[in-house]
Design a protein around this ligand. Structure first.
Ligand code: FAD
Length: 317
């Protein structure tokens, strides 16, 4: 089932959670354990992140530096399909511009169609480590809006090879990312919203937000989107804090603010267990308020940890 149909057919807020594919070398047991911990609370769909190749530099015993290309979490398509078929819950694999050519993207979309997956979240991805600006592949997309256009053209059976005729249309429901506190590269919120609107005009059917810890950012963002003529559902992203160092790590990585009250509480924590309790309570408080304000769905960033997510969905849904 498509995410947009799930949302439109539900008369209350639903929830989904985001999982990372297993690290290379690991099996599927941990990811299945996470899902099994949450499945009784009726998640309506599950997101699966995608991770591009990374460049690593290693110093060898003779002092030379060797460059290696590694993909730490391969297998998004396979694990997404395995989850959908095992639990009968729709999955939403993430599709990236970064690290992929248009042709590779088309092949991924064909695979997803064969595997009966109907949803994707279309993202640009970040630049590779130590790269100040995002650089697309030579035959890749520069912005998520271009990726959305490619996915939409397959809806009409238009593949990259123009001479292919009588093609099967590939019909995906497409979500895109939005940033209540602005994407870090955007010069200002107005331009960022204009580019979000381009993704919507290209064919995105809903937006999932970056994590935020003060719901006022989300409400303000939705208001601004509506004023810009962006009318599609905007799904809030909630990240339950579970480690003390996330007090400084999250703002650094995701370019978001932590409210004073939350940061003061985290600063007082003696260890990760204390931080997990504070983070869980905060996420419950945020989620209850979002549900009371009739948001269509809540997207929970799990990072593979499910105990805190279980506490949240138990308290909220
Ligand atoms: P875009 O929409 O392309 O925007 C990127 C920047 O370019 C913005 O600053 C925007 O304002 C600007 N821009 C857009 N269009 C134009 C234009 N035409 N001209 C000039 N500027 C423009 N990353 C991963 O690697 N894997 C994942 O699985 C993943 N999942 C995510 C899930 C969610 C819900 C979110 C919110 C983010 C996720 N990310 C993931 C991170 C995401 O890839 C990064 O935030 C990335 O930097 C931006 O992606 P985007 O799709 O928003 O890009």
């Amino acid at each position: 089932m498509k995410v947009i149909d799930i949302i439109n057919q539900s008369n209350k807020t639903v929830f989904s959670f985001e999982l990372l594919p297993p690290l290379k070398g690991n099996d599927t047991s941990r990811i299945y354990q996470t899902i099994e911990n949450l499945v009784e609370y009726d998640p309506k769909y599950i997101n699966l992140t995608t991770h591009r190749d990374e460049t690593e530099y290693r110093e060898m015993p003779n002092g030379s530096i060797v460059k290696r290309i590694v993909r730490k979490r391969p297998g998004t398509v396979a694990i997404a399909a395995a989850i959908q078929h095992r639990y009968n819950i729709p999955v939403v694999p993430h599709i990236l511009c970064g690290g992929f050519t248009k042709s590779e993207t088309e092949h991924v979309l064909i695979d997803l169609h064969f595997l009966e997956i109907e949803n994707v979240l279309a993202l640009r991805g970040d630049g590779v480590k130590n790269q100040h600006v995002f650089t697309p592949e030579a035959e890749g997309h520069t912005y998520a809006s271009d990726l959305v256009k490619q996915i939409v053209s397959l809806k009409y059976g238009n593949y990259l090879e123009e001479d292919l005729k009588n093609n099967t249309p590939l019909d995906f429901c497409i979500g895109v990312a939005g940033y209540p506190e602005k994407h870090f590269e955007a010069p200002n919120m107005e331009l960022d919203l204009l580019y979000l609107k381009r993704k919507v005009e290209a064919g995105a059917e809903y937006v999932v937000t970056q994590m935020f810890f003060d719901n006022r950012f989300y409400y303000d963002f939705v208001k601004k989107c509506r004023e810009m003529g962006i009318t599609i559902p905007i799904i809030p992203g909630i990240k339950p804090i579970n480690l003390k160092n996330q007090l400084t790590v999250l703002p650094k990585i995701f370019h978001i603010d932590l409210p004073t009250e939350l940061s003061q509480e985290l600063a007082k924590c003696r260890n990760n267990e204390d931080a997990r309790l504070v983070g869980t309570e905060w996420a419950i408080m945020q989620s209850k308020d979002l549900v009371a304000n009739n948001v269509p769905s809540i997207h929970i960033y799990t990072y593979g940890i499910s105990d805190n997510v279980k506490d949240i969905v138990k308290a909220v849904f």
